[in-house]
Ligand binder design. Sequence first.
Ligand code: PRP
Length: 181
Amino acid sequence: MRKEIILHDKTFKLYIDEYEIQKCIDKLAFELMNYYTNKQVILLPVLNGSFMFASDLMKQIIRDLEVSFVKVSSYKGNTQTSGRVDELIGLNTSVQGKHVVILEDIVDTGITVDKVISLLSTDNPASVEVCTLLFKPTAFLGKNPPRFVGRAIENKFVVGYGLDYNEMGRNLKEIYQLKEE
Ligand code: PRP
């Protein structure tokens, strides 16, 4: 395990090791299993960053559930005034009447989660909650605070375990924090 890494032009220092991450995941899996006993659950990991967290978490959730990976994309509307329009892509089943758990690697400003929730609401899910590995409370500006949080962190840039810096670092088993000189 490296104590420091360089990605592109920046140096990062070890912040949360693999063991700590797996402890957070075990805690979250336990909380989810207790909270959703006998409920019809669908996990919606938000790509790209959540792929590693989602994979590890869902293996620890010992019950039957659905999984559908989603992504928020933003495209230019076709009228001059519409600006950019958000779209939820990848959802290949209805969430109507189901208990939705949005899985995020990190909730930062909360904008992504707010978009996903607003796009899902037209399909009338039974409930929607957010489960995130990392949460930055001091950066959060959103309407939907995560109910399930692996670990709250300070408002500094982090990479690894799915999170990237210009697409580098996603494959790291640990989470690294930007080193300020
Ligand atoms: C990251 C992360 C979350 C989002 C959180 O994704 O995976 O989805 O940012 O930030 P927010 O709370 O401020 O919206 P990003 O948009 O970088 O894309 P990626 O998952 O493809 O890396």
